[in-house]
Ligand binder design. Structure first.
Ligand code: ADP
Ligand code: ADP
Length: 237
């Protein structure tokens, strides 16, 4: 479903974010990317969603190269990819419901988005998503009135409303306490199992990766230093 062929990413200042990466991810996999700060985890996820261009190599999603894609073609590919960030990236002063409906924006014309009216199908998807992450009673609360864990569940609901086939989560629990971390990771795992959404998640700690992932990819200085089942991953990954 996702294939990276010999991918390198050099930043304008000369830093190598990724160095000749070859990886493929199958549909429905739950993969943890682990590595120290600066290993290239974020660069990897940003490359897959083409939040930046890579310097070398090719990335295929569902068989289509995204490396040269532009305009409508790029939007169609991105529609299938939901991003989750450490900092939640919600519109703070806006309701939870509107934040979740933002996942539907890519499906409509700009005009409709500006007017802010969403068809019933979108409303159903949004409420269904909020229900799945057990936060439906917060639909009309302002996003910034929620706790960190709740805000991350809103971000997950937004990806669900988007009907994404792939979730890229960049250290989604790095700013959460242990209990909230468990709730958010449980939600991500549940969604992966029930909906078959391919999930790639950057994690700082191998322990957490072991508990939730089926496969671990270890990065160091932009290179893959481990790729295998959780059972074979050591603390050195
Ligand atoms: P991680 O997510 O594992 O912490 P990153 O992908 O953020 O690692 O960073 C990989 C390398 O690329 C690091 O050396 C980092 O300093 C560098 N880097 C990341 N973003 C930029 C940027 N915008 N400009 C220059 N260097 C960057
Ligand atoms: P957690 O311990 O999971 O971070 P909090 O103690 O932050 O949870 O939040 C507990 C409850 O208080 C939640 O229902 C949340 O919506 C509410 N809450 C948190 N912060 C605020 C706030 N700034 N204004 C209003 N309600 C808040």
């Amino acid at each position: 479903m996702i294939e990276l062929r010999n991918v390198s990413k050099m930043y304008p200042n000369g830093t190598k974010g990724l160095d000749q990466i070859n990886l493929s991810f199958a549909k429905g996999e739950f993969v943890a990317i682990v590595g120290l700060s600066g290993a290239g985890k974020s660069t990897l996820l940003r490359s897959i969603n083409r939040l930046h261009d890579i310097s070398e190599g090719d990335i295929l999603i569902g068989g289509s190269s995204i490396t040269q894609a532009k305009g409508k073609q790029l939007r169609m590919i991105r529609r299938n990819i939901g991003m989750i960030f450490q900092s939640f990236n919600l519109v703070k002063r806006t309701s939870v419901l509107r934040n979740v409906l933002a996942g539907r924006v890519g499906y409509h014309s700009t005009l409709r988005t500006i007017l802010g009216r969403f068809p019933e199908k979108d409303m159903n998807l949004a409420f269904g998503a909020l229900d799945r992450v057990n936060i439906i009673e917060k639909a009309y609360s302002r996003a910034d009135e929620l706790s960190g864990g709740q805000q991350q569940r809103v971000a997950i609901a937004r990806v669900l409303a988007q009907e994404a086939k792939i979730i890229l989560a960049d250290e989604p629990v790095a700013s959460l306490d242990p209990l909230t971390t468990k709730q958010v990771m449980d939600d991500l795992k549940k969604i992966n199992q029930e909906l078959g959404i391919t999930t790639i998640i950057n994690l700082h700690y191998v322990d957490l990766a072991r508990q939730y992932a089926t496969r671990i990819v270890g990065l160091r200085a932009g290179r893959v230093v481990f790729d295998g089942p959780v059972s074979e991953a050591t603390d050195e990954v």
